[in-house]
Design a protein around this ligand. Structure first.
Ligand code: ATP
Ligand code: MG
Length: 405
């Protein structure tokens, strides 16, 4: 590569205002996760590729074309994780967590990787914060998760619509799949190339296609909701009932499926009208733990797309006030002691490494948006004081370092 080095396409640095907005989203998620009783788990960024192939599904976009897969020096196929749930399930089983308590509530946060076409809110490295509940079949858990999603969005002041659907279970999904498939055969001429191809492998995914002709073609497709077995129908009914009681608004989207094969029963997405995309998405995956060799364990979770939310929040600005300590002359040891004193008291202090007159120094203070200048010259040292200048009001006074408010 000639010239200036660039980060790879779809990989971004986060600094300044972007980083502050990122941290704001992340800290609201973490705070609420903790308040809802979730415990953090730090998962590896790399897993065996097979973990994702088996859970997300061979016929999904993620596995077919979005995964970063590579072989290590011993020829093992590894993947950069494209999402968090598969790893959480693997960890739940590998660490025998199910033996410790009747159910578990875990949260994670970190970078995910998908080889997608980069655009606003879509990157090759992005971040998710997510939660998983293992061992709860009760629809109350589904409703509580949705309440958590709505709390996150409300705290951040982000408007979104919660879309809800049920994908049924082992007992009822098969019948629906057959009905959908024969419907899709009938409208096959109107499907986009990708959907024409995937209708046999993954017919549900066709419902999620964004291409206009596909949307029209599936508008009157059979709906999962009409095929739900008695238990799934009751589960779905109770989720909606609890949501009404909790005051969580939602809209049923009978064509909502998800891009991952492991979902059962409840699926949901918090969709932003402004971005026209999902911000937070999740659902139940009652068979995944079992499919990976764990005991039968109903489970559910969701993931927050941090960058997507980030696009919709304001820069909260810097929280702490900044003191710029400006030494004039040979006063370094005194100046550094004053800086230490303030730092011990929890203040954010920067010692100016610029040289030059007062005007230059104050210009610099302005540039770095300092709130106070703490000026130390030889006279101040002699008298054991500092000159404190409030840069917002321009007010200035001399006082002993301990007296700085
Ligand atoms: P989309 O339909 O937007 O591709 P998805 O169905 O692939 O989303 P999930 O796998 O459910 O998304 O991931 C949950 C959330 O993670 C999404 O709602 C979104 O906010 C975020 N997300 C997914 N892929 C990306 C990406 N490439 N860049 C940034 N955020 C992403
Ligand atoms: Mg996607």
């Amino acid at each position: 590569m000639a010239g200036k080095l660039q980060s790879p396409r779809g990989f971004h640095d986060l600094t300044g205002s972007d980083l502050r907005r990122f941290r704001r989203v992340s800290s609201v998620c973490r705070e609420l996760f903790t308040r809802y009783g979730f415990e953090e788990i730090i998962l590896p960024v790399v897993e065996y590729a097979e973990l994702f192939e088996r859970s997300i599904g061979e016929a999904t976009d993620i596995v077919q074309k979005e995964m970063f897969v590579f072989t290590d020096r011993k020829g093992r196929r590894l993947a950069l994780r494209p999402e968090g749930t598969a790893g959480a399930v693997r960890a739940f089983i590998q660490n025998n967590l199910y033996a410790l308590r009747p159910y578990h509530k875990l949260f994670y946060e970190g970078p995910m990787f998908r080889y997608e076409r980069p655009q606003a809110g879509r990157y090759r490295q992005f971040h998710q914060a997510g939660v998983e509940i293992f061992g709860v079949a009760d629809p109350l858990a589904d409703a509580e998760l949705l309440k958590l999603v709505s709390d996150i969005l409300e705290t951040l002041g982000i408007p979104a619509v919660m879309e809800l659907n049920s994908l049924g279970c082992r007992n009822c999904r098969g019948g629906y799949r057959d009905a959908l498939l024969s419907y899709l055969e009938g409208v096959a001429d109107h499907l986009c190339e990708v959907c024409f191809d995937r209708k046999n492998r993954n017919p549900l995914r066709v419902l999620d296609c964004k291409v206009e002709s596909c949307r029209r073609a599936v508008a009157s497709a059979p709906k999962m909701i009409d095929f739900l077995c008695e238990e799934c129908r009751e589960h779905y009914r109770r989720v909606k009932e609890y949501l009404k009681e909790l005051g969580v608004g939602f809209r049923e989207n009978l064509n909502l499926v998800r891009g991952l094969d492991y979902y059962t029963r409840t699926v949901f997405e918090a969709v932003s009208d402004e971005l026209g995309t999902a911000l937070i998405a999740g659902g139940r995956y009652d068979y995944l733990v079992e499919e990976f060799g764990g005991p039968p364990t109903p489970a559910l979770g969701f993931a927050v797309g941090i960058e997507r939310l980030m696009l919709l929040v304001e820069d909260p600005g810097r929280e702490e006030e900044l003191y710029l300590l400006i030494p004039f002359g040979d006063v370094w040891s005194y100046a550094l002691k004053v800086a230490s004193l303030l730092r011990y008291r929890g203040k954010k202090v920067e010692v100016s490494y610029r040289r030059g007159g007062l005007r230059k120094q104050l210009e610099f203070a302005n540039r770095i948006k300092a709130d106070f200048a703490v000026i130390v010259g030889e006279e101040e040292v002699k008298e054991g004081v500092v000159t404190l200048k409030d840069l917002r009001s321009g007010e200035q006074r001399r006082l002993r370092p301990e007296e700085i408010p």
